[in-house]
Write a protein that binds this ligand. Structure first.
Ligand SMILES: Nc1nc2c(ncn2[C@@H]2O[C@H](COP(=O)(O)OP(=O)(O)O)[C@@H](O)[C@H]2O)c(=O)[nH]1
Ligand SMILES: [Mg+2]
Ligand SMILES: [Zn+2]
Length: 280
């Protein structure tokens, strides 16, 4: 049988087959690299179901661990959906870190600006942020929710954003009771539900992955120079730098710093860039 992993436990996982059935399936070993979103084959092995094959992944989003080594964050995602709101104020470093990770993984980006019912709005620069799509919604007042569904259609979206922006509200609105149903599978096994990712299916071809551990997300870069190439607008202006290995920090005749002076690069983007550069 074949299916998609919707929850990964320590020694087991829950797999949803194409017809919607959910099975509890054992892992051949704890060390197996298997994440929510993975496509697997499983079969009956002396009375219990066991994973026998993990398919090659379409995409892999990497994060850096404390030693700046690569760690898989999410797999088979086709769209990164980042939620922000006027309140709590956007964490630009977190936002840019996720955009870098999406760029590295080669997946499209969607910025969901929630709480548009509030008097205060997010700063204007976010309207023209380097993302593929932007949508304004209000979960509270059911504004633009069907348009949002359209943007999630035929995609496997990873829903991220800082605490308090409305991720759970969005999920509840879209998935309803399905959330409790899926989460209950995990509770039965006594696993810590707050530290687990869940994959919810909107329909047969549209998934949303809800992942914890978003706070402090650091994208993985193999080389220091990969950082600037993950900031598209910084990379563009880097062609005018005097030194081919310019890191756009303290070097003279830097095309990037020149572009910042001419307001062609958002200061917050450059600040995030320098922060990430400082980590690596
Ligand atoms: N005004 C307003 N508040 C919202 C909206 N969506 C969510 N909230 C509120 O924002 C708070 C955080 O929402 P929650 O879904 O828990 O955010 P999460 O931490 O990202 O999962 C809650 O008090 C929600 O009721 C919205 O569209 N407008
Ligand atoms: Mg939440
Ligand atoms: Zn430079």
């Amino acid at each position: 049988m074949q299916g998609k992993v919707i929850i990964r436990g320590l020694n087991d996982c829950w797999v949803k087959t194409l017809n919607g059935d959910i099975h509890n399936v054992l892992l051949p070993n704890k060390k197996l690299s298997l994440l929510v979103g993975d496509q697997v084959d499983f079969s009956n092995d002396s009375g219990s179901l066991k994973v026998v094959n993990v398919y090659e992944r379409q995409t892999e989003i990497l994060k850096a661990n404390a030693n700046l080594e690569p760690e898989l964050f999410a797999v088979n995602i086709t769209q990164l959906a980042i939620v922000i709101a006027p309140n709590p104020a956007p964490d630009f470093l977190l936002l840019d870190s996720f955009l870098c990770a999406a760029d590295r993984a080669g997946i499209s980006t969607l910025l969901i600006i929630n709480k548009s019912d509030l008097e205060t709005h997010v700063s204007a620069e976010l309207e023209s942020y380097p993302v593929d799509k932007v949508i304004h919604i209000s979960v509270k007042f059911d504004q633009n929710m069907s348009k949002l569904l359209g943007l999630l259609d035929n995609k496997a979206s990873l829903l991220v954003g800082q605490s308090g922006v409305g991720k759970s509200s969005i999920l509840n609105k879209i998935m309803g009771v399905e959330i409790q149903k899926i989460r209950a599978l995990n509770k039965n096994q006594g696993t810590h539900t707050t530290s687990t990712s869940y994959l919810y299916s909107i329909d047969r071809s549209s998934d949303i992955v809800d992942t914890p551990g978003v706070r402090g997300f650091i994208p993985y870069f193999k080389e220091k120079s990969d950082i600037s190439s993950s900031f598209a607008e910084i990379f563009t202006h880097a062609s005018r730098c005097k030194f081919p290995n310019c890191l756009h920090a303290d070097e003279p005749n830097c095309g990037v710093k020149d572009a910042i002076e001419k307001s062609q690069i958002l200061p917050s983007r450059y600040k995030s860039y320098l922060h990430l550069l400082g980590l690596y």
